[in-house]
Design a protein around this ligand. Structure first.
Ligand code: APR
Length: 237
């Protein structure tokens, strides 16, 4: 059985209409990373940070999964239907829900999810599609201690134990639409290579870690990912 691990980043959602972080007109060109993506920023000005995530959350229903998300979901479906003998895990750094809406199920959101809140009072994780403010009460305990369930800089990404063991035992690791500058995800290629995996990058431009990959294909995700899935289904990769 071929074990496939796929890492996705903001580039996979770009053609759906969502901004990446580090491209010329990306999110970090418009907002301060320290203000909206650190625990210190939240302590200093929680309202500003809630407004930032409220806006991102409100933008989500206006965008749809693109051909790259759909091709990855189709690959998972083909595996479920035993059309190929493989196992697939998708790890995404993205906080949008486009992989789920395309139909992907085996998915780790290592940087959290826009549609979840985390109560720092009772520790509940809450599915949430509305605006959140500093005085929004937790639906479980009533305390006004909700924060977006997003992993900020300096915090530990989710599911790292499961991700690490998947990377060490996979046969094929594919990185899609990520600049490869944010750790730990930027180090996944080395982790996969330290096992026996073939490593492939699909990106618009070479990522920071491009030389670590066995193969690098450059172009838009909506073209490269469906082609890659075709190859996997034909056992050509
Ligand atoms: N198809 C494929 N790749 C694309 C496309 C596209 N249509 N458009 C852009 N890209 C590539 C860019 O060339 C870039 O290498 O996607 C990458 C996006 O990089 P970043 O903006 O840095 O996004 P990402 O790598 O996901 O960021 C990682 O940084 O700020 C944090 O927490 C945030 O999860 C995020 C993390």
């Amino acid at each position: 059985m071929k074990k496939i691990v796929i890492l996705t980043g903001a580039g996979v959602s770009k053609e759906s209409g969502l901004d990446t972080f580090r491209d010329a007109n990306g999110i970090w060109a418009k907002y301060s990373m320290e203000e909206v993506c650190t625990p210190e920023g939240f302590k200093r000005n929680p309202q500003k940070l809630h407004e930032f995530y409220n806006k991102l959350r409100n933008d989500l229903p206006n965008v749809q999964p693109n051909a790259a998300h759909i091709a990855l979901a189709e690959l998972e479906k083909a595996i479920e239907q035993k059309k190929i003998d493989a196992e697939l895990i998708i790890i995404t750094q993205n906080i949008d829900d486009l992989h789920e809406r395309a139909g992907s199920k085996k998915l780790y959101h290592m940087h959290g999810e826009l549609y979840k809140l985390w109560c720092r009072g009772c520790d509940a994780k809450i599915k949430w599609q509305h605006d959140c403010f500093i005085d929004t009460p937790c639906p479980h305990c009533g305390q006004q201690k909700l924060r977006p369930d997003i992993v900020w800089f300096g915090e530990m990404p989710y599911d790292m134990d499961k991700i690490q063991s998947a990377l060490l035992s996979c046969d094929l690791f594919v990185s899609i639409g990520t600049s490869g500058v944010v750790y730990p995800a930027a180090g996944f290629v080395q982790m996969a290579s330290s096992g026996h995996a073939k490593t492939v990058e699909l990106n618009l431009e070479p990522s920071a870690g491009t030389t670590c990959f066995n193969e690098s294909k450059l172009g838009p995700a909506t073209q490269l990912v469906p082609q890659f899935v075709e190859q996997v289904l034909k056992d050509e990769i």
